[in-house]
Design a protein around this ligand. Sequence first.
Ligand code: KIV
Ligand code: ZN
Length: 524
Amino acid sequence: MTIDHPNFGRIADDRLIIFDTTLRDGEQSPGFSMNLAEKLRMAEALAELGVDVIEAGFPIASEGDYESVRAIAQSIQGPVICGLARSGRADILRAAEAVAPAQRRRIHTFISTSPLHMKYKLRMEPDAVLAAVGDSVTLARQYTDDVEWSAEDGSRTEPDFLCRCVEAAIRAGATTINIPDTVGYALPQDMARIFTMLRERVPGAERVIFSAHNHNDLGLAVANTIASINAGVRQVECTINGIGERAGNAALEEIVMAIRTRPDSVPAKPGVVTENILRTSRLLSTITGFDVQPNKAIVGRNAFAHESGIHQDGVLKNAATYEIMTPESVGWTKSSLVMGKHSGRAAFRDKLRAMGYGDVGENQLNDAFRRFKDLADRKKVVYDEDIMALVDDEVMRDHDRIRFVSLDVHAGSKAKPSATLELEIDGVTRSATATGDGPVDATFIAIRKLFQHEATLRLYSVGAVTEGTDAQARVTVRLEEGGKMVDGQGADTDTIVASARAYVHALNKLLVKRARTEPAALSA
Ligand code: KIV
Ligand code: ZN
């Protein structure tokens, strides 16, 4: 069976559409918010990864969400750009306006269909919900031929009512039908049963793409997605590193590699460039400040590490003894020496291009190059990871109101630690000195003197970008203000400088967050 799709044309039976919602469902979760520049950078990486659809945000949620969906629609080539909307007119018009500049665009509209959600969340009768399904899809179709409709809490919806809603959506012109397991309650057999039923019972089902959207509350999001594919789903909704509400969404890298590794069991073809997986995962960690756990499948530090002698011996004789896929197939390479202190600006620019930072502007390049030279003076060996950490520090922070300038710290076992810090705030450089219980404490007090705020420090953690005593420290700082949580990151060979950068990054994110609407008020 082949389907004619407005944006993808004739879709072969085994083609799998990868719908990435890192920038919407992923970004919506606590601590993961990104600013415009960060979202654009992430969207570029997703396009290079080869995803088919980027759900770029929820345009009605805030001015910032609208602006970033529109900016992505304007500048990202390749994937279909999608905006989310509830079933109301204002939501749909806002989403339509935001995705309008995209070469290929989609509106994704949804409404809850489970008894629990209809009664308590929507306070609507089923007939009114059914009418809203048809009306919302009809309205969205006036702005694009590619309309996705989702039954929120679909996995807990009564089967007959779900069939009626899906039929109404198809009749109104939906081209993709998505059934989310919104609360991560379903087991693989539940999802398989739901999709099999819909495909058998709903008139017109053969004309649309069915889509799976699974949350990970029981750790089953990827298993449920694979079961859905085997029941006829041809689009999967997922996020990089599995980020998302609560326990997260199905992880893109796990779905794609499960399919690549087991074509005998999962007859589907995603168009992803798997070699770009690791770098996309790392970029997201750098932007959000959340590293994946070491044992995370595919992208965790230990995913291809063999510690036991028996395993090491087997891998040396034949890697297939203990590796079901090659590390290179998902982008792992040995840390490579990239450049030294004698490397010039042109070589540095070439290196950035090769690492996917082709769009770096002149000023950003100059700043990043200055920091690279400084790093190369202090550090014997400069790795790709080092360059990535410092470039992300510079490039991602272009729109920041507060910028780190310099830090002078005195510490040790005798005198009380003190820090003299210079920050540029809204273009003006200011300086303050403070003492504290330790050099980090003194530095953070100096930041508070320069930029007063009420946020509470909730987490402070230090890791290393690479190995060795001269490695750059990567510091994460989590701040909370009025229930809003943000994580900032900073890297430097000096741990205290990295700490100051991380704190300043978190403060900048907090400023962005202050301007946003509470997500709860708009929760999907
Ligand atoms: O989990 C969910 O139900 C959603 C919908 C808005 C698609 O994210
Ligand atoms: Zn979701």
